[in-house]
Design a protein around this ligand. Sequence first.
Ligand code: FES
Length: 121
Amino acid sequence: MLSVCPLSSLARGDALRVQADPPIAVFHTEDGEVFAIDDTCTHQDASLADGWLEGCEVECPLHASRFDLRTGRVDAPPAKRPVRTHRVLVEDGHIFVELSTDEPNLPPGVSVTSPRAGGGA
Ligand code: FES
């Protein structure tokens, strides 16, 4: 479980990029919900934490693909692959993220630095 920050330090409508491998983006919606997804757009190397949050969607700052924060689904092209989502827990006013064990859908040219399982010698 990744400790992110106190809920009070992430204002509604704001996003935070969190160092992980690959980095993740944590969003606090205007409605007060908190979501976590991989920070890197699946189209190219752009930070979704730098994008625009609208409702439960984030728009990529580079080419305006939109992703549903609840499911990772692509709601607007050019991205085709969904972004990976992570489970969020808010406990005692603190945000925690349980990192998904699914494979991330990273764009071409972006890779994780330390593959977490397997890979041989
Ligand atoms: S990099 Fe996100 S839509 Fe192109």
